[in-house]
Design a protein around this ligand. Sequence first.
Ligand code: ZN
Length: 233
Amino acid sequence: MSELKPLLKELQSTDLELHALTAERDAIPQKIAALEQELNLLNRRLEEAKQTLTDSRTELKLAELNLTSQEETLVKYNSQLFSAKTNEEYKAFLREIETTERKKNEIEDGIITLMERIEQEEAELAKRKAEKEREESKKKQEIQTVKASQSHLEATIEEVREKYERLRRELPDNILAIYDRIKKNKHGLAVAQILDANRCSGCLNPIPTQQAIEAAHSDKLVFCEYCGRILLV
Ligand SMILES: [Zn+2]
């Protein structure tokens, strides 16, 4: 039996290997982009936590200023209360004092809520900082590993491609033409194997016994009558 059939089988497996390696190589930029996006997300989350805390601290300062202003107003009204000339004026001052007290209480409540919020936001910021410290170097390392695998992959692709070209040179042109034609029509698989119970690995249809014997024992190329692939054992 000639070398033709083993060569065809090897051509297909080399072809598939080359295809898989190329796909892996082509997926690398996307893999790196995804990791870089994760890195950006870590930074963005940290920046957001910082900004939220800064905003709340500004809000607290404003509330404290507002509180001081209400307290000053209260002092002013309290001193004016005793200089009231009429009963009406006195009552008016009392109403102002009451309103100011209420505002002051609201601001104080607001300040307490705000301080609790700031405490939570500080905890969140600490969490984000720790997350960044923990994840950043890991992600950067992953990016380096993927980049390093790229050059290794390129070298392997080159080797497999050379092997593929060598195999093609060893096969007659008419056989290559058949291989290429079936491969194109059959989603990259020109060669099928005969499975147990004489079935075609390409389409799983049964292969007549006589054909299976020829495929196994003669130099003649046998094709699956259903999918048209070259049948090999
Ligand atoms: Zn078939």
